[in-house]
Design a protein around this ligand. Structure first.
Ligand SMILES: *Cc1c(COP(=O)(O)O)cnc(C)c1O
Length: 371
């Protein structure tokens, strides 16, 4: 069976260095908010090109804390609206709801699966305070257009970069394309910890300080609490492991790009729609995508998935049920977002990773072309 993602194989590449990192943490006697977290924050900020990175417990918390900080700073209040794509992993939307803010769903572009900038303005009201674009599958959204709208209406732009570590838009990287950005280091992400982890990046010092405090019981100074905060910290062990893996992230991305190019050049089946990158003026256009997922689309998706399974190829669906059809959002169940629904019915994610062999990639292409 060709696995969808060989996580064991991915981490085995760095086994010696990962063990060394663990040993260092064990022997340090310091396990929360120590040197490893501080160094990782510095290195990750530098990687993204931002002034600040703040380690947190996971990607959902990263987004929750950004919005919470804006509330504490008086920039947002209960009932304010945040624009978010209707096809995303539900975490992007949960972060808004959990802050007593109102998610306003905007349909994606059917070609890129990313929020359609042309449909944002019609959803803006006097209560809109932010746009939360999601760089879904690893491709950055059309940030020039999104930032222009945000500027016009004085909105914050909060990137969901959980799938797009290292992706560019123009000269800047994901995490540095708006006012603040949430990252996830869930093990399966392109930069994955060996457990949960997340980070916020921003260039806004006031916001960075608020987030740092909010994630640590609202404490900005030991035993003094400025806010009613939560406990959401990146622990030393995960930070130490992430420091090792961050050094290899660009290599991982490069290998993913090679597999994606191979798929795009060689899958020739009229029943299969290949991923399309949005056109930008950016000459290094290919850098906009880090291929966290390689997502194809087809009308008989379940049949194709079955066929691939029988042929020994594991695939996944990102995602089978759109957020507005989830029980968690019962209040939206009768609404229709037709493009999102079509995407959720037709998408299929092919195996892709830095450890996938050319032989496996070739087999996947052949099996797809024979379908
Ligand atoms: C993974 C993911 C998250 C949440 O990250 P966790 O670390 O699992 O909390 C948020 N948004 C998107 C788009 C994701 O893919």
């Amino acid at each position: 069976m060709i696995p969808f993602l060989d996580l064991k194989g991915i981490n085995a590449q760095y086994r010696a260095e990962l063990i060394e990192a663990c040993t260092k943490v064990i022997d340090s006697g310091w396990y929360i908010q120590g040197n490893e977290c501080k160094e990782f924050e510095k290195e990750f900020a530098e990687y993204c090109g931002t002034k600040y990175a703040i380690g947190v417990a996971n990607g959902l918390d990263a987004l929750i804390l950004i919005l919470r900080a804006y509330k504490e700073l008086g920039i947002m209040k209960d009932g304010d609206e945040v624009i978010v794509p209707s096809n995303t992993y539900i975490a992007s939307i949960l972060a808004i709801s959990q802050n007593n803010l109102v998610p306003v769903l905007v349909e994606p572009d059917i070609n890129t699966y990313l929020i359609d900038p042309n449909k944002i303005e019609e959803k803006i009201t006097s209560k809109t305070k932010a746009i939360l674009p999601v760089h879904l599958y690893g491709q950055t959204c059309e940030m020039d257009k999104i930032n222009e709208i945000a500027k016009k209406y004085n909105l914050k732009v909060i990137e969901d970069s959980a799938q797009s570590h290292g992706a560019y838009f123009g000269e800047k990287r994901s995490g540095n394309l708006g006012d603040a950005s949430g990252f996830s280091f869930y093990p399966g992400k392109n930069l994955g910890a060996l457990g949960d982890g997340g980070a916020v990046t921003t260039n806004d010092e006031e916001l960075a300080n608020a987030i740092k405090a909010l994630g640590n019981y609202g404490s900005h100074k030991k035993y003094e609490n400025l806010y009613k905060g939560i406990n959401s910290r990146l622990d030393e062990m995960q930070a130490a492991l992430l420091r090792v893996k961050l050094r290899y992230l660009d290599e991982e991305i490069q290998k993913r790009r090679e597999i994606a190019s191979y798929y795009i050049e060689n899958i020739k089946n009229p029943n299969i729609i290949l991923p399309i990158q949005h056109p930008t003026s950016n000459i290094q256009h290919y850098k906009n995508h880090v291929w966290h997922l390689f997502v194809i689309r087809t009308q008989n998706r379940d049949e194709l998935q079955n066929y691939l399974h029988v042929e020994g190829i594991q695939t996944l669906i990102h995602y089978p049920i759109p957020p507005h059809k989830q029980m968690a959002y019962k209040e939206w169940n009768n609404e229709s977002y037709l493009i999102s629904e079509q995407i959720h019915n037709e998408v299929l994610s092919l195996p892709i990773s830095g450890v996938q062999s050319l032989e496996d990639t070739m087999k996947i292409v052949k099996v797809l072309n024979d379908y």
